[in-house]
Design a protein. Structure first.
Length: 198
């Protein structure tokens, strides 16, 4: 079923709004019905606000940067912020058994299944868009380990250590920040791991 049809079959007024939106996402074309457009600029404003509130409380020296251009992919984020793709800190929402976790890696790094299994004792399953929203409140393309509705274990891959400053998303597909990798670890209580190829 097409994503837009799926959204309307759910009914946007019920408590599946987050799931409906996650299926359609902010990447829908401009010909979207007005109700979907409203969600693009309404529901996930709360996600961005939760990240802003997190930094206001814990690290007021770090600014959330909102751009006109999308930063929903590594390539778009690198272009929007004038950095190398490797300098983008991508946050991956994974499940191993019944454990949900966030793994933050360099933008060009790829998970190594063997290393991951050795570290966590199982094979990772990537959450789908609706599950990501449910776990983090953030849309795909804006996922970060900040401003979460409930604590999740966070792991930072050593691929981030190559840079003094990285650029993770900030709760929206056009929001990010510049931050030192070690500061990410300190603010989220993350653990350093080596789970990527290379």
């Amino acid at each position: 079923m097409p994503a837009a049809a799926f959204c309307f079959s759910l009914g946007l007024a019920d408590l599946s709004i987050a799931r409906a939106y996650a299926c359609c996402g902010p990447w829908l074309p401009d010909r979207n019905p007005p109700s979907i457009k409203f969600l693009n600029h309404g529901f996930f404003d709360m996600s961005l606000d939760s990240v802003r509130a997190f930094f206001a409380a814990h690290a007021p020296d770090i600014d959330v940067i909102v751009t006109q251009a999308s930063s929903a992919t590594v390539a778009l984020a690198a272009e929007a912020h004038g950095v190398l793709p490797a300098q983008i800190a991508k946050t991956i929402c994974l499940r191993v058994g019944d454990r949900t976790m966030l793994v933050v890696t360099s933008g060009i790094a790829r998970l190594d299944n063997r290393k991951f299994k050795d570290q966590f004792g199982g094979k990772p399953r990537m959450l789908d868009a609706a599950e990501v929203v449910e776990a983090t409140s953030h849309p795909v393309g804006g996922v970060c380990p900040f401003g979460l509705p409930a604590p999740l274990p966070v792991y930072c891959d050593v691929s981030l250590r190559e840079f003094e400053e990285v650029v993770p998303a900030a709760g929206a597909t056009n929001a990010a920040m510049r931050i030192a990798p070690q500061r990410v670890v300190e603010l989220t209580g993350a653990e350093w791991v080596d789970v990527c190829q290379g």
